[in-house]
Design a binder for this molecule. Structure first.
Ligand SMILES: NC(=O)c1ccc[n+]([C@@H]2O[C@H](COP(=O)([O-])OP(=O)(O)OC[C@H]3O[C@@H](n4cnc5c(N)ncnc54)[C@H](OP(=O)(O)O)[C@@H]3O)[C@@H](O)[C@H]2O)c1
Length: 206
């Protein structure tokens, strides 16, 4: 269904979507959490790392997630981390709306990604993302605080979690603070690859 609002993240088996400290970014725990993505052919292509990489179910899924996304929304902390890490040609290739309390002019990158900074709330960011996405979907890219606000506001239609075979023990818990009285789930799909288990749910209001 065009116009679906979704998120798709990696999560440790104990429920964390990021390790405890920012210093861990790209550290061992981060690599274990995201380790299923890095070997895919799509990951290499999208970051301009050259040929190679694995085909197969994980590759198909990341490719399909990218293809369905017409615009993304992300929190400021995810943006701040990415601003340091992404190559000049940022890996979105669509408009990205960053929810923040700060004002900043749009930041256009080569390759089709423009970051727009939205300081009037999550609904305004989503409205702009929907308009930019056209007949494609809107991805709430992360991080945890931002995903949770959209989920609790009833603005997420569907989500996928790639459950990685790692225990982090601490960090940013994906569903910490979820409004369990409001958010109900319906299973859509589950499948395993040799590296990870992909779970997809539709979100329903209770
Ligand atoms: N596992 C995965 O697949 C995955 C995917 C994506 C991200 N991540 C990880 O998630 C982490 C970041 O998540 P996070 O929960 O710390 O932060 P986040 O959701 O990325 O950003 C939170 C920040 O966004 C701004 N913000 C959020 N809601 C707002 C609102 N309603 N109005 C105005 N500003 C708002 C605020 O920043 P200001 O007040 O400073 O403007 C807030 O501090 C990173 O470590 C990233 O690597 C993991």
């Amino acid at each position: 269904m065009a116009g679906t609002v979704f998120f798709s993240v990696s999560m440790s088996l104990d429920g964390f979507m990021a390790p405890g400290s920012a210093g861990e970014l790209m550290g061992r725990q981060w690599m274990e959490l995201q380790g299923w993505v890095f070997p895919t052919r799509f990951f290499r292509e999208n970051l301009g790392l050259g040929p190679g990489g694995e085909e197969g179910r994980d590759d198909d899924l990341v490719r399909a997630t990218f293809a369905r996304t017409g615009a993304s929304v992300m929190g400021r902390r995810m943006f701040d981390a990415g601003e340091r890490m992404w190559p000049e040609e940022a890996p979105f290739h669509t408009p990205v709306f960053v929810v923040t309390h700060d004002r900043r002019d749009p930041w256009e990158r080569p390759g089709g990604t423009t970051f727009h900074f939205v300081d009037d709330g999550i609904e305004a960011a989503l409205d702009r993302a929907r308009a930019a996405a056209g007949d494609r979907d809107v991805r709430i890219a992360g991080g945890g605080e931002t995903i949770l606000q959209y989920l609790n506001a009833g603005l997420v239609d569907e989500f996928s979690v790639a459950v990685s075979p790692v225990l982090l023990g601490s960090g940013i818990r994906l569903f910490e603070g979820v409004d369990a009285e409001r958010v109900a789930l319906e299973p859509v799909r589950s499948e395993s690859s040799p590296r990870v288990t992909h779970l997809t749910y539709a979100v329903r209001a209770r």
